[in-house]
Design a protein around this ligand. Sequence first.
Ligand SMILES: Nc1ncnc2c1ncn2[C@@H]1O[C@H](COP(=O)(O)OP(=O)(O)OP(=O)(O)O)[C@@H](O)[C@H]1O
Ligand SMILES: [Mg+2]
Length: 247
Amino acid sequence: MLRVNNLKISSDKKILVNEIDFEIKKNQILSIIGQSGSGKSLTATAIMGLLPETLNKSGEIILNEKNIMQLKDKEIAKIRMKEMAMIYQNPFNCLVPVMTIEKQLKYIYKIQELPYDINRIRTLMDEVSLPLEYLKKYSFELSGGELQRIVILMSMLFKPNLLICDEPTTALDSETGLRIINLIKNLKDEYGMSVLFISHDLQLAEIIADKVMIMQKGNIIEHGDAKDIYNSPKEDYTKALLEASKF
Ligand SMILES: Nc1ncnc2c1ncn2[C@@H]1O[C@H](COP(=O)(O)OP(=O)(O)OP(=O)(O)O)[C@@H](O)[C@H]1O
Ligand SMILES: [Mg+2]
């Protein structure tokens, strides 16, 4: 489903992502784990086709047989949300405070040049376990967990093949976070999506992911089945990450 070959991202001063390779199969969750600054979000941003012009990039990102690195901005805009969608760490930043949730949903359909589909939204509100009345609310009337459910609903509107989650639970308490994790897992199974799940937390990755990739300073230093890496990490860095996630 998603294949990344030799992805390299650099600024004028340094290499930020160093020729990494990985793939995510259909219905599979790959977790990227690494410290702050290791290049996780840049990798996700590259897949979404949103890297700033100021960075140099090379390599291939193949999604549904198209190389995103070679598509024009307009072509990428067409597949964003429809073939790939992203959810972020802080749901408060993803919504506009002056519009109701419903109005924001209508706006998304408008941008996508599609008719507003209330049936699809009803189904999704049910899937993310929120009452329909919430559509009339403003984002500041919702809790962090509820908002993240709305953001997930928005990401699922057009049934993307790839969902990228960049630390989607860090702004939430652990119980709410776990519910969000289970929701993502269920949606993945229902829609047969590929999921790229970015986190600092190896323990969390073991719960959600099929495969885990450990990143350090732009390099992938360990890559394999989540259970194997969790139970017998090979690199000292991975062992340290595991210790850190136990607190
Ligand atoms: N537009 C940019 N120009 C120059 N350097 C950048 C740019 N964006 C990111 N970087 C640098 O690239 C490195 C990797 O950043 P990235 O955001 O991918 O880290 P991360 O692994 O997601 O970290 P965190 O866990 O804190 O989110 C960092 O050193 C960052 O300062
Ligand atoms: Mg990041």
